[in-house]
Design a binder for this molecule. Structure first.
Ligand SMILES: [Zn+2]
Ligand SMILES: [Zn+2]
Length: 365
C-alpha cells in the first residue's frame, strides 16, 4: 500500500466542528455550532443552526431564516458572488456552485496559494440558479455524492419529456412527483415551464415557502396552487409536487389514481425506485455525476484534491491515477436526512452494474 500523501495545505484542517481555515478563523459548513461560519448553501446538512456569526449569500441566508428562524445566526453577513473579503489574513470570496439558489463555492487565497471548497455542485445548466464558476486552484475540495462511474445523469430535457409524455398518456391521472423542498422542487417547475408546460402546478404545503423565496429573488415559477385546496376532480391530469416522504403517504391517497414519480439522481438505481414504489423515475440531480466530477477536477488543474462526502474512494483512486495528491476527508454529518427525510435503509441501493454503493445516501440528491 502506498502511503497517504501528506497535506501541504496545513492552514486548513478537519476538526470535530468541521473544516477549519485557521488564518481566517472560520469554519466552512460546520456540523457543530461555532463562532464564525461560512455556509455554502442552505441544505440542512450544510446550514446548521446555532452559529454566532454566519457569512453566506443573501439567498442562502433568506432560506436559512425561513427554515431555522433566529438560529440561522446571531449576526448574518450577506456577501454577493465575486466580492473579495479579507478575513484574518485570508482573502475569501463566494462564487456560484450551480447546486441550488444561492449555493456558493468558497475561494480562499492565502500567501499565494488558492483553495476552493465547493460545497455541493453540478455543472449542467439549472434555470433556477447561477452556473458553476470554475476557479483554478492549488487544492480543490469536492463532494462525491455520485462519485462512481455508473452514475451518469441523462440530459434533463429527456427526463422532463418523460413526465410530459406520461401526462398526455394518462390524462385522467394525477402525476405526483417526489421532490426535495429546496432546489429540486423549483428546478423541476422551471424545467417544465421551459418545456412549454403552462398549466397550474399543485404543491404540497411543505414546498410553498421556498418557492416563494425563489420568486422573491426573481426566479419565475408560473402559476402554483396549494394541493390541499383542490378537489379530487380538479387534479386529474395535473402535476402535483410533494416531499418524497409524502408521496407514499396518506396525503397522496386523495389524489385521483396517481402516477407516482420521483426526481432524484438515485432514480438511476432501479431497485431504489422499485422499493419506493416509484412508477415513473426521473433521473434529475442537483449533484455532479461522475463525468462532471472528473471533468471539473481536470479543468481546475488542482494538484491536490480533498473529497468531503459521498463515494470518496473511487474519485480519490481516479485522481491519484492522474498524479493528483488526493485523499478522502470522510467528513461526518453530511447527507443524512438533509431534507428532513429519514436516512435510507442500509443496503437499499443496488447499482445497475453491481458495484459498491454507500450505505447511506443523501436526501438532497
Ligand atoms: Zn446540497
Ligand atoms: Zn451535501
Amino acid at each position: 500500500m502506498a502511503a497517504l500523501p501528506e497535506r501541504p495545505e496545513s492552514w486548513i484542517r478537519v476538526c470535530p466542528e468541521g473544516l477549519f481555515v485557521e488564518p481566517a478563523g472560520i469554519y466552512i459548513d460546520p456540523v457543530r455550532p461555532v463562532d464564525r461560519a461560512v455556509v455554502t448553501h442552505a441544505h440542512a446538512d450544510h446550514a446548521r443552526p446555532g452559529n454566532r456569526a454566519v457569512l453566506a449569500t443573501a439567498e442562502t441566508l433568506a432560506i436559512m431564516r425561513q427554515r431555522i428562524g433566529p438560529a440561522a445566526g446571531q449576526t448574518q453577513q450577506a456577501v454577493p458572488y465575486g466580492e473579495v473579503l479579507r478575513l484574518g489574513e485570508v482573502d475569501v470570496a463566494l462564487v456560484p456552485a450551480g447546486h441550488v439558489l444561492g449555493s456558493a463555492q468558497v475561494v480562499l487565497t492565502w500567501r499565494g496559494r488558492r483553495v476552493v471548497v465547493s460545497g455541493d455542485y453540478k455543472r449542467r445548466l439549472d434555470p433556477t440558479c447561477a452556473p458553476f464558476e470554475p476557479v483554478p486552484c492549488d487544492l480543490f475540495v469536492s463532494e462525491a455524492t455520485f462519485g462512481l462511474p455508473v452514475f451518469r445523469h441523462p440530459p434533463t430535457g429527456h427526463e422532463i419529456a418523460k413526465l410530459v409524455h406520461s401526462l398526455a398518456l394518462f390524462p385522467e391521472r394525477a402525476h405526483v412527483v417526489g421532490v426535495y423542498a429546496l432546489g429540486k422542487c423549483q428546478r423541476l417547475i422551471a424545467e417544465l415551464r421551459g418545456a412549454g408546460f403552462d398549466d397550474p402546478i399543485y404543491l404540497h404545503g411543505a414546498l410553498v415557502p421556498i418557492c416563494a423565496i425563489y420568486e422573491s429573488f426573481g426566479v419565475p415559477m408560473g402559476e402554483l396552487r396549494p394541493a390541499l385546496a383542490a378537489t379530487r376532480e380538479e387534479m386529474r391530469g395535473r402535476v402535483v409536487l410533494a416531499p418524497p416522504s409524502a408521496i407514499a403517504d396518506r396525503w397522496a391517497r386523495r389524489l385521483p389514481d396517481p402516477v407516482t414519480a420521483m426526481a432524484s439522481g438515485w432514480m438511476r438505481v432501479r431497485q431504489r425506485a422499485r422499493q419506493r414504489g416509484i412508477e415513473l423515475p426521473l433521473v434529475i440531480s442537483d449533484h455532479a455525476d461522475w463525468d462532471e466530477l472528473t471533468e471539473t477536477i481536470t479543468e481546475l488543474g488542482a494538484r491536490q484534491l480533498w473529497v468531503t462526502h459521498g463515494n470518496e474512494e473511487p474519485l480519490v483512486h481516479w485522481a491519484r491515477g492522474r498524479g493528483i495528491a488526493a485523499e478522502a476527508l470522510a467528513l461526518v454529518g453530511f447527507d443524512e436526512g438533509g431534507e428532513g427525510e429519514p436516512p435510507p435503509l442500509a443496503g437499499e441501493e443496488e447499482p445497475p452494474t453491481g458495484d459498491v454503493l454507500p450505505l447511506s445516501a443523501p436526501e438532497d440528491a
